[in-house]
Design a protein around this ligand. Structure first.
Ligand code: HEM
Ligand code: SF4
Length: 559
């Protein structure tokens, strides 16, 4: 994991001191709301429905056990004993008192964390593959690049006042697990025929009011030029992005307006001025940063040991159906023989997706220490990953997790839904999300049924800002406001990953209480129509949305 050097420490501490002073002046009425607003936003602090909301960055989703313990302590001391993990590998506190925020930031600084640039019109937390460095299909480890982007973008004076917020995602594997196609800039790292690391750069993707899949604007970019090239993209956007209309300010609107080819041409032209310049990544610096991301001290298991442990686990799986299910859904192949990566689902019946309590966070941090070299990751699906678990520890780990309601074996299943906090917390919401998520969870509660349905993504947003990624869910649910009433629009056909696509609205919106029933009906059509081993999304692709619409709206039309 990256460790702060003296510069990092000094920068973060200075920022905490500044913000303490700014908050004190605001509380003494020496600063107006308007004056304080940009200052708080630069420190991740929103004013929400019930209280301020503080968003803390988890750079590219990597978290140390000590950091998670601190996040838990903060939830206990300054909040209501829980926190919310988001779709951009951040964590949000929903109830901090404004006067305590400087103290929270000071505590975060102790464990090399902060809330700088987690809001505002600047470059936000760079997100990445939660299986970086361990995935079998990885070409290039994205973490050093993410860290270099983080260092380059934090406090970058030229990009502190962009037309709108800016999100970068980096992926280095065959499967896109970082949603690069729906980010302002997406980076795919690969190797060329000579084995050198090169980048493919996408621009202009994003969800929200106008969902757009990003366009490839550059191929085969030498890694040394990654920052100069991103800088050129940012400059073109900073100069020509719209500042007159909030809804048209994202880079996706610019790329669409002039076309990806023309945008790419302009970037190339700008790049000529800075290519080979001060932002080129020196090999030495790359090596220094990379040294923080070396593999942990894995135990070297012989092929024989691996086979014996596998045999034992097979026996345990046969005896304990819960263990078997959990491994089927929540374990993932690892590069190192004898190890797997384990996902801990934060989608439990009756609990808002992505929420974890103080006790749970402490427990997960302890388990990371005990079973995963003190490190873990958070995913954009709002779950945790213990990245390096020895196969011989799996049963013990599962038993502990199970005892604490954290062994939900549903990764990738319908109940592993993404949901934003919606109207319960967010002042921008048109409708609630959490009760809808809970209602659907209840409707699909039967695990056998969920297992039988297989991989299926269901994403919920409380408004068109799309924090809950509803556009790229196989089933998407969007809260809409109609004359002051909360309604829900349903989309079908969205996907994330390599084949990312935007879902299409199926028809008229529904009342909140109808939504779980609608989801069940959509699933019924799938079960009726599917070929053997066909996923929901593939059945939908094959038969189209009509049969789904017919079934869902059948009674409505008769009425
Ligand atoms: C509670 C306070 C929140 C506020 C005020 C807020 C604000 C916004 C706004 C205004 C947008 C639209 C930006 C645009 O289209 O230009 C947006 C989009 C987004 N937000 Fe939030 N959000 C909040 C919570 C969250 C949460 C909890 C998550 C994660 C679960 C999240 C992650 C995202 C994501 C992923 C987008 C995607 C849109 C895109 O890619 O264009 N936000 N948010
Ligand atoms: S999608 Fe809308 S309601 Fe949900 S968190 Fe984002 S801004 Fe708030």
């Amino acid at each position: 994991m990256y460790k702060y050097d003296d510069y990092d420490h000094a920068l973060v501490r200075e920022r905490v001191a500044q913000f303490r002073n700014q908050t004190e002046r605001f509380l003494k009425d020496e600063l107006t709301d308007e004056e304080f607003r940009p200052l708080r936003l630069q420190n991740g602090l929103y004013i929400q429905r019930h209280a301020p909301m503080l968003r803390v960055a988890i750079p590219y989703g990597l978290l140390g056990a000590k950091q998670l313990h601190k996040l838990a302590d903060i939830a206990a001391k300054y909040d209501r004993n829980y926190a919310h993990f988001t779709t951009r590998q951040n964590i949000q506190y929903n109830w901090p008192a404004l006067e305590n925020v400087p103290a929270i930031l000071a505590e975060l600084a102790e464990v090399e964390m902060h809330a700088i640039q987690t809001s505002g019109n600047c470059i936000r937390n760079t997100t990445s593959d939660p299986f970086a460095g361990i995935a079998k299909d990885e070409f290039v480890d994205p973490r050093p690049f993410c860290e270099l982007i983080r260092q380059w973008s934090t406090f970058h004076p030229e990009f502190a006042h962009l037309p709108r917020k800016f999100k970068i995602a980096v992926n280095g594997a065959a499967e896109d697990r970082a949603a690069v196609q729906v980010h302002d800039i997406g980076v795919n790292l690969t190797r060329n025929a000579a084995g050198e690391v090169v980048a493919q750069v996408l621009a202009g993707g994003g969800l929200g009011r106008t969902p757009v899949i990003g366009s490839v604007i550059k191929n085969d970019l030498p890694w040394q030029e990654l920052l100069t090239y991103i800088e050129a993209v940012m400059r073109v956007y900073n100069r020509y992005g719209r500042r007159d209309n909030l809804y048209k300010a994202r880079i996706k609107i610019l790329v669409r307006a002039i076309g990806p080819e023309e945008f790419s041409r302009q970037v190339e032209e700008e790049w000529q001025h800075i290519k080979g310049g001060v932002s080129v990544i020196p090999q030495k610096e790359f090596d220094r940063v990379s040294s923080f991301f070396t593999a942990p001290a894995y135990e070297q298991f012989s092929a024989e040991q691996v086979a014996t442990i596998a045999e034992q686990n097979r026996g345990l799986r046969a005896k304990h159906v819960g263990f078997d299910r959990w491994l089927t859904r929540n374990a993932r192949e690892h590069r190192q023989p004898g190890y797997v990566a384990i996902s801990i689902s934060l989608k439990r019946p009756g609990i808002a997706p992505g929420d974890a309590t103080t006790d749970e966070m402490h427990l997960i941090a302890d388990l990371a220490e005990q079973y995963s070299f003190g490190e873990l990751r958070v995913t954009h699906e709002q779950n945790f990953v213990l990245s390096d678990v020895a196969e011989q520890d799996l049963f013990e780990l599962w038993s502990t997790l199970k005892e604490h309601n954290l062994a939900m074996p549903n990764i990738g299943l319908v109940s592993d839904m993404i949901a934003c906090p919606g109207g319960d917390f967010c002042s921008l919401a048109n409708a609630k999300s959490i009760p809808i998520a809970l209602g659907i969870q209840e409707a699909v509660d039967n695990l056998d049924y969920q297992f039988d349905l297989g991989d299926l993504s269901l994403n919920i947003s409380g408004c068109i800002n799309s924090c809950g990624h509803h556009h790229i869910g196989n089933i998407g649910i969007l809260g809409v406001d109609k004359n002051g009433e909360e309604w829900y629009q349903v989309t079908l056909g969205g996907r994330q990953g390599n084949e990312a696509s935007i879902g299409k609205v199926i028809g008229k919106s529904f009342y909140a209480e109808d939504v779980p029933g609608v989801v069940v009906k959509l699933l019924e059509v799938y079960v009726r129509e599917r070929h053997e081993d066909e996923l929901f999304i593939d059945t939908l692709d094959r038969i189209g949305a009509e049969p789904f619409k017919d079934h869902v709206y059948a009674n409505k039309e008769a009425a």
